[in-house]
Design a protein around this ligand. Structure first.
Ligand code: CU
Length: 122
């Protein structure tokens, strides 16, 4: 006779942990984040503008592997299979063009602005 109870008991034990962890994970609202999805051979949004210090997360929602590689080699992901993610934190202002090394016609741009916005308030 198989015992199925432990599995149910485990789920019951884990669920509250997930519920507890969710708000905690979303809490650092001060840390800027931006999501870019990869779908149908496209980075979307294709161009984003963020403040320095922003962490960008690319998620491959396509059925085939992709990569995220900066033209200037500032960052380079491994091969991302479906639902894999790649994150990179942009600390230096500038314009970062990137592409998929497997499909070089796939391109995107991250524009990073200085975190302070420049200039002190009067
Ligand atoms: Cu690709």
């Amino acid at each position: 006779m198989k015992l199925t109870l432990p599995r149910a008991a485990l789920a019951a034990a884990v669920l509250p942990l997930l519920l507890w962890a969710a708000p905690a994970a979303a809490e650092p609202a001060a840390a800027n984040t931006m999501d870019v999805k990869i779908d149908n051979f496209t980075f979307a949004p294709q161009r984003i503008t963020v403040k320095a210090g922003t962490t960008v997360t690319w998620t491959n929602e396509d059925d085939i592997p992709h990569t995220v590689v900066a033209n200037q080699k500032a960052f380079k992901s491994k091969v991302l299979d479906t639902d894999d993610k790649y994150t990179f934190t942009f600390t230096t202002a500038g314009t970062y063009d990137y592409f998929c090394s497997l499909h070089p016609h796939m391109t995107g741009t991250v524009v990073v602005e200085p975190a302070t916005g420049g200039g002190a308030a009067p």
